[in-house]
Each structure stands twice: as C-alpha cells, then as structure tokens.
Design a protein around this ligand. Structure first.
Ligand SMILES: Nc1nc2c(ncn2[C@@H]2O[C@H](COP(=O)(O)OP(=O)(O)OP(=O)(O)O)[C@@H](O)[C@H]2O)c(=O)[nH]1
Ligand SMILES: [Mg+2]
Length: 144
C-alpha cells in the first residue's frame, strides 16, 4: 500500500490514476480514500496542521509515502522537514512536467526543503512520462 500526500491540486489523484493505468479525469479529493492498493489524501491534509495527525496515523497502513511537488506551482509549499514526521519511507515525485514553464530544479529544492531524500521521480500523468520508472521503483520495493 502506498499513500500519496501533497498540496491541493498538486496532481496526487491524477498520479494515482496514472499508476493504476486508469484514464479517469481526477476530481477534487474530499476525504482520505483507499483505492487500488493506494491511499489518496486531500491536499488540505498537507496544508493545514490540524490534519497532520490524521495523515500520520493513516501512513501506518502504508509501506511507503509518495510526497508530491507540482513543478508549475510553488504557491503552496510543503512545510520544512514535513517528510520527517512520517513513520514510513518517503519518496519524492515531481508532477506536471509536460506543462511549459515546468521547473524541475525548483521542485527538487522544495522536496529537499521538505526533508525528502533523493531519488526524485519527475512525471506527467498527462503524457505518461516517468510513470514506468516510478512503477519499477515501487515494484522493486514490493509496494506495487
Ligand atoms: N498537464 C497536466 N495536468 C495535470 C497533471 N497532473 C494533474 N494535472 C491537473 O492538475 C489538476 C489537479 O489534479 P489532481 O490530480 O486533482 O490534484 P490533487 O493533488 O489530487 O488535488 P486535491 O485532491 O485537491 O488535493 C487537474 O486539473 C489535473 O488534470 C499532469 O501531469 N499534467
Ligand atoms: Mg486529489
């Protein structure tokens, strides 16, 4: 089981759908949701400290946490050291690399600030870029 966390609109549900080879269009996630071997979380849970404890408790049901950073929107930064709060290994995923103006190195910096260790995976749920590499990594760790 994998849990996906990150700010509102960062592309968590779209990433989950891409990993599940599901071409549904993502709707806004309203609550913590277990589907297809993954735990999708609403962005508010990563942005509002009142919700952190719910994320931490839910993470105990996952083997690995994916922390998502949008490469086109830096207006909702992850808190410094955020990854260190999770009781599970955290993998960084940079989303929306298909969009013009996407800034991969800035996104890497944000993940670093949030305490996420490399390697980072850069993906597009839209074009499918990077999804196979991330899937292999998750499979090697027995998470998929
Ligand atoms: N071009 C492009 N758009 C993307 C990509 N991933 C997500 N989006 C778009 O970004 C918007 C937000 O995506 P979601 O997957 O709903 O984001 P989320 O992180 O699940 O958001 P919450 O559920 O609100 O926390 C949607 O309009 C998606 O279509 C991508 O890789 N490329
Ligand atoms: Mg969502």
């Amino acid at each position: 089981m994998i849990m996906i966390v990150g700010p509102v609109g960062a592309g968590k549900t779209s990433l989950m759908n891409a990993l599940n080879r599901n071409c549904l269009k993502a709707e806004k996630t309203q609550s913590i949701c277990f589907t297809g071997g993954m735990i999708d979380t609403p962005g508010e849970y990563a942005q509002i400290p009142r919700f952190y404890s719910a994320l931490m408790v839910t993470a105990t049901q996952a083997k690995l946490v994916i922390m998502v950073q949008d490469s086109t929107d830096f207006s909702k930064p992850l808190p410094p050291g955020f990854a260190g709060m999770f009781p599970r290994p955290v993998t960084g995923v940079i989303t929306k690399i298909d969009i013009a103006g996407s800034d991969n190195s800035k996104a890497q910096n944000c993940l670093k600030q949030a305490g996420v260790k490399e390697p980072y995976f850069s993906v597009s749920a839209q074009s499918g870029a990077g999804i196979a590499e991330l899937t292999n990594y998750l499979m090697e760790r027995g998470c998929k």
